[in-house]
Ligand binder design. Structure first.
Ligand SMILES: [Cu+2]
Length: 132
């Protein structure tokens, strides 16, 4: 009788140890998969040869504000895992489709002014282009 209880107790402990081992052994694998999404070595370039680059990362436009000259272009690239869009607050000028990860949208600004925009899917995501 006592031997049986001892054997069950030992089996129970072994199951716990194996379970804990599997849990911790698979955990680092998950963070390795997530790392490339977080890392980004793209420099914070504002305007290169007449194009102002804006990245969409972690649910935000980066940089949020950019300044360009009339005739120059703003170029957005979605590097986020969810889809986003670029829509003018005014309802005119900027109107991208829903951009999945890796997709871009470009718009050339001909008139000076301040252009506020947002993401249609996430109204709290806001950005601004100042055209001088
Ligand atoms: Cu969005």
């Amino acid at each position: 009788m006592k031997n049986k209880q001892l054997i069950f107790a030992i089996i129970g402990i072994i199951i716990l140890i194996v379970g804990a081992f599997i849990y911790f052994a698979t955990k680092p694998g998950r963070s390795v998969v997530e790392e490339p999404v977080v890392s980004s070595d793209v420099p914070e370039v504002k305007v290169v040869e007449g194009v102002g680059y804006i990245k969409i990362v972690n649910g935000a436009f980066k940089p949020t504000d950019i300044k360009i000259k009339a005739g120059q272009t703003a170029f957005w690239t979605n590097e986020d895992s969810v889809a986003h869009s670029i829509i003018s607050d005014s309802g005119t000028e900027l109107s991208s489709s829903s951009l999945d990860k890796g997709f871009s949208y470009a718009h050339a600004f001909t008139a000076k002014g301040t252009y506020n925009y947002h993401c249609q899917q996430h109204p709290d995501m806001k950005g601004r282009i100042v055209v001088e």
